[in-house]
Design a protein around this ligand. Structure first.
Ligand SMILES: [Zn+2]
Length: 316
């Protein structure tokens, strides 16, 4: 008898690699984690292939694989440009893995995998469309319509973290156009991500080193400086999300990343978004994630399912 249909998903992060196998009902039936090797590309490739082949042996299958990876990929060459896994930089992981594993392998970024996971059985289950918005080390998003991830021609749909902050907001708050790792300046993620909160605090107080989580604790304890940082952050984030609403008009927005643990965002964001929308429009519900960071590998498995790579494998 054929084994049940399975899909593998791998979440490749800076500190750990997680592989899950999901069944046709999207239940995680197998999970393994290893530390991310940082020696070189070949060691990383061998570790990834080893995880997959061990799952094959244990589950008695040869399932298609989805891979969730942070950072930016050069659309022309397929090389990884910016990532917290330095062994990947300038290398092409996808063709190397396909050659080693002899099965369908697809790749998406971590924001896209997060969105897919929340759209299927997560906080946005049953919604006609959703935007999964990550506010973590960086800022990014994935957009799903009818449960399908729409990634665009070059896979960058939803990269709102590299949209520029409105010049009027920079001027109103005397904020400099901070340079971004992408080569541009005044990118939204420089102000709105977890690191952005720290940078805003340094700008307002002249003191460096406070993390977004520490500032959130101080805010909750009534610290005026921390309250000012998060008031500014809320205003900038509300304006940015209003442009996302005008671009995508999602039925719901699900927050992810470290800042999704801040309860005030769910209470206060709608009122911060509304003034920036056209009159008569209302902000969509802003929801906390159901799977959060833990959904990355599950989302990657959903990417493999969406790609239909199992058909390629079955007919190969
Ligand atoms: Zn940028």
């Amino acid at each position: 008898m054929r084994p049940p249909e399975l899909f593998y998903g791998i979440d490749l992060g800076g500190t750990k690699i997680e592989l899950v196998a999901c069944d046709a009902a999207l239940q995680v039936v197998y999970r393994r984690r290893i530390a991310t090797p940082h020696q070189d590309f070949d060691t990383l490739l061998a570790a990834l292939a080893g995880l997959v082949l061990a799952a094959d042996a244990e589950l008695g299958t040869c399932a298609p694989l989805g891979l969730g990876i942070p950072g930016i990929i050069d659309a022309a060459s397929g090389a990884h440009l910016s990532t917290n896994v330095p062994a990947l930089c300038g290398r092409q992981l996808l063709p190397a893995l396909r050659a080693q594993l002899r099965r369908g392998v697809v790749m998406g970024n971590d924001c896209q995998c997060f969105a897919l996971s929340e759209a299927h059985g997560g906080a946005a289950a049953g919604q006609p469309s959703m935007l999964g918005l990550i506010l973590g080390t960086g800022a990014g998003a994935g957009y799903c319509a009818d449960g399908l991830l729409l990634a665009g021609r070059q896979g960058v749909l939803g990269e709102w973290g590299h949209w520029p902050l409105a010049p009027a907001l920079l001027a109103r708050h005397g904020l400099p156009p901070w340079p971004c790792g992408c080569g541009a300046s005044a990118c939204l993620e420089r102000y709105l991500s977890g690191r952005g909160v720290s940078a805003l605090h340094q700008h307002l107080s002249g003191q460096a080193g406070a993390s977004a989580a520490q500032l959130a604790e101080r805010r909750a304890a009534g610290d005026a400086a921390a309250q000012a940082v998060y008031a500014l952050h809320l205003e900038l984030l509300g304006a940015a999300i209003a442009t996302l609403v005008l671009a995508y008009d999602p039925h719901v927005i699900v927050l992810g990343g470290g800042l999704s643990r801040l309860p005030h965002l769910y209470r206060e964001l709608p009122a911060a978004i509304a003034p920036h929308l056209l009159s008569g429009l209302r902000p969509p519900p802003i929801l906390p994630p159901m799977f959060g960071d833990a959904g990355g590998a599950r989302g990657a498995a959903l990417l493999a399912r969406q790609a239909g790579t199992h058909l390629v494998t079955e007919h190969a």
